[in-house]
Design a protein around this ligand. Structure first.
Ligand SMILES: C[S@@+](CC[C@H](N)C(=O)[O-])C[C@H]1O[C@@H](n2cnc3c(N)ncnc32)[C@H](O)[C@@H]1O
Length: 303
């Protein structure tokens, strides 16, 4: 049985000083409706569980299900462990969603009847200056979801060629002034903090704006975390650990990711699109939560 939780519980502090209300789950009602339509037993995997916002609602709406919560970020996992410590139906593991097959095996959980992936980063990560995700706060230019692995954004920027920087900004940020921005970054290396990078980017274009900074920071984050490689691997392996008829939902914030999911559900054997195939947040939600504005929820079924 699920532990009973009130609506307010979804915002409670887990006791580690982090304000849970700072991350509002995107299209939460739509996500719950999609999964709650059909499921009353089995395993639901939240592969990007973050602050547990979606998971808290799903665990209330789907008594009888078991839940596996995975996140790559050790501090998100700390929040999840604390938030669901009184819920025996929720198992929390740190790791990438590409490691889900091994985690399921190790825990003998069997195949999943449902899976959710809310891609990107949480407001808790974005608003922590020490993580280096935001151009609004001074902090080390890090941007790793798991800072025990790989190269921080500053190390990457200071190592690669001007052309590689331009390609990252163009391909992952869809920013047309990528060459000019890359040239300015290369000329001003080494770069080590968020605001240093923001100043260089703004000075390199005629009129700097938050939109340009958002694109550059998003592009770097995607590169630092190898997000598209991770997503490709997840897509390749998804049918190995989900059962036939499993419900699968992705929330994407970027057109490259979104296209991959569209192709997965529309054109890949073993999947079909759910109707509606995708949903965007309503005006009210976007007003309440500006992070939701570029989100798209795509839904599919394993066949
Ligand atoms: C938008 S947040 C999820 C928020 C969550 N749905 C909620 O309601 O609280 C995305 C999360 O995905 C995690 N993440 C990013 N890439 C990942 C990966 N490859 N594997 C697992 N988690 C990942 C991030 O650390 C972040 O916590």
């Amino acid at each position: 049985m699920c532990a009973e939780r009130s609506a307010e519980d979804s915002m409670e502090s887990p006791g580690n000083g982090i304000d849970m209300s700072s991350h509002v789950p995107v299209m939460a009602d739509e996500v719950v409706d999609f999964f709650a339509g059909d499921l009353n037993e089995g395993l639901l995997v939240d592969g990007t569980a973050g602050a547990g916002g979606h998971l808290a609602m799903l665990s209330r709406a789907l008594p009888g299900m078991s839940f596996l919560a995975v996140d790559r970020d050790p501090s998100a996992v700390e929040i999840l462990r604390s938030r669901f410590s009184d819920n025996p139906d929720v198992i929390v593991r740190q790791g990438s969603y590409t490691e889900i097959p091994e985690i399921i095996n190790e825990l003998s959980l069997g195949k999943a009847s449902a899976a959710l992936f809310d891609l990107g980063l949480s407001s808790i990560q974005l608003d922590d200056p020490q993580r280096g995700f935001s151009y609004r706060y001074e902090g080390p230019l890090d941007m790793r979801f798991d800072d025990s692995k790989g190269e921080a954004a500053a190390e990457l920027l200071n190592r690669i060629s001007e052309k590689e920087i331009a390609d990252i900004i163009y391909n992952y940020g869809e920013e047309g002034r990528s060459r000019r921005i890359a040239k300015a970054i290369a000329q001003n290396r080494p770069v080590s903090t968020t605001l240093e990078l923001a100043r260089i980017v703004n000075a390199s274009v005629r009129r700097g704006s938050n939109k340009i900074l958002s694109r550059v920071f998003q592009a770097l984050r995607i590169a630092v975390n190898g997000e598209l490689d991770q997503l490709n691997r997840l897509i390749d392996e998804l049918n190995g650990w989900t059962e036939v008829d499993a419900r699968i939902a992705f929330i994407t914030f970027h057109s490259i990711e979104d296209r991959k999911i569209k192709l997965l559900f529309r054109d890949t054997a073993g999947y079909r699109q759910y109707s509606p195939r995708w949903v965007v947040p309503g005006e009210d939600e976007v007003r309440r939560n500006s992070r939701a504005r570029s989100a798209r929820l795509r839904m599919g079924i394993r066949t």
